[in-house]
Design a protein around this ligand. Structure first.
Ligand code: SD4
Length: 311
């Protein structure tokens, strides 16, 4: 769509919804869960090059995917309890297209496979062996993603083999990203190796459109990190976007989505962190536990911001 047409459309939509959306007023940016400066900077650089939010969030997600020291994403991710590194990822663009992969093994960049699912198939989600077959058909290469140190951590864990899906509250780095492109459009992405030592076959929220990522270009976008089971049961990112549609700020909407979980499940010994962005470029975040933070790159400047939390 040409920029002028886009601006006219968004003004009309804003008026008809009674919303505050104004595409023209938001500047390009990339925002991501956790302290992920390398990812937001890479995303920002890509965004500056192509102009597109979708390219920015994909490029950002590829950074932790290839980082052997990030034990929650891609290469170096902790395996499941049977020793397999299994990956979940999804991506969503500003016109509502979405792609995702779940339970994918041996591919360093599941986010790019998710994008290929979105752009090259009539489907939204491919899983396991089928996702792998598709990736290979697309020219992705199989690699061993289990590093020596992640293997060691798994062997340590096996000594006690506690199968509770308790997520480390202080540090887990699944990356969710949101971006605003040069035309003011919003896209989102998420990629993870999921819970450390999860049951084989377990899939979390990260590949679920509406769970870990949701974007609606009339309103904004949201993404999630933390114990995916609770994000899935409350469709957190979808909820946040809908709350923003009804007029809440990104901050208030994240708080409300966290409170849904806290009130409904009455169990708070785990972490959920939400991050949201609206069409004006306003953003907010909220978590159950202390320790959640997020990173933003805008105007070439990068900042890590501590999120407020319920506890
Ligand atoms: C999952 N949400 O698989 C992911 C885990 C996560 O940082 O966020 N880890 O449930």
């Amino acid at each position: 769509m040409k920029r002028r047409t886009f601006l006219q459309t968004s003004t009309l939509l804003g008026a008809s919804l009674g919303a505050t959306a104004k595409a023209a007023s938001s500047e390009p940016l990339i925002i991501a869960t956790w302290k992920n400066e390398k990812a937001t900077i890479a995303g920002w650089n890509k965004l500056m090059e192509t102009g597109k939010a979708l390219d920015g969030v994909e490029a950002g997600a590829r950074i932790p995917e290839a980082d052997p020291n990030d034990t929650s994403v891609g290469y170096g991710g902790y395996p499941d309890r049977d020793g397999h590194v299994t990956l979940d990822a999804c991506i969503m663009d500003h016109v509502g297209n979405a792609g995702s992969v779940t339970f994918l093994e041996g591919i360093m960049h599941p986010i790019s496979v998710a994008r290929a699912v979105m752009e090259k198939t009539p489907h939204v989600m491919l899983s396991g062996a089928g996702a792998l077959k598709f990736a290979l058909d697309q020219g992705f290469k199989v690699e061993n993603l289990l590093t020596e140190s992640s293997k060691k951590a798994w062997e340590e864990w096996k000594k006690e083999s506690k199968y509770e899906p308790v997520i480390n509250i202080e540090r887990h780095d699944t990356i969710g990203l949101l971006g605003i492109g040069k035309a003011g459009e919003i896209a989102g992405a998420c990629t993870t190796s999921g819970l450390a030592f999860k049951m084989h076959g377990r899939v979390g929220d990260s590949p679920i459109i509406g769970g870990a990522v949701f974007c609606d270009d009339e309103v904004g976008g949201a993404c999630a990190t933390g114990l995916g089971e609770f994000v899935m049961k409350t469709l957190g990112s979808f909820l946040i976007v809908e709350l923003m549609r009804q007029g809440m700020s990104p901050q208030k909407a994240c708080e409300e989505a966290v409170m849904r979980i806290v009130k409904r499940y009455k169990y708070k010994e785990f972490q959920i962190g939400y991050l949201a962005l609206n069409k004006k470029g306003e953003y907010g975040a909220y978590a159950i536990q202390k320790g959640f933070n997020y990173t933003i790159t805008k105007n070439g400047k990068t900042q890590v911001i501590e999120s407020a939390s319920y506890m």
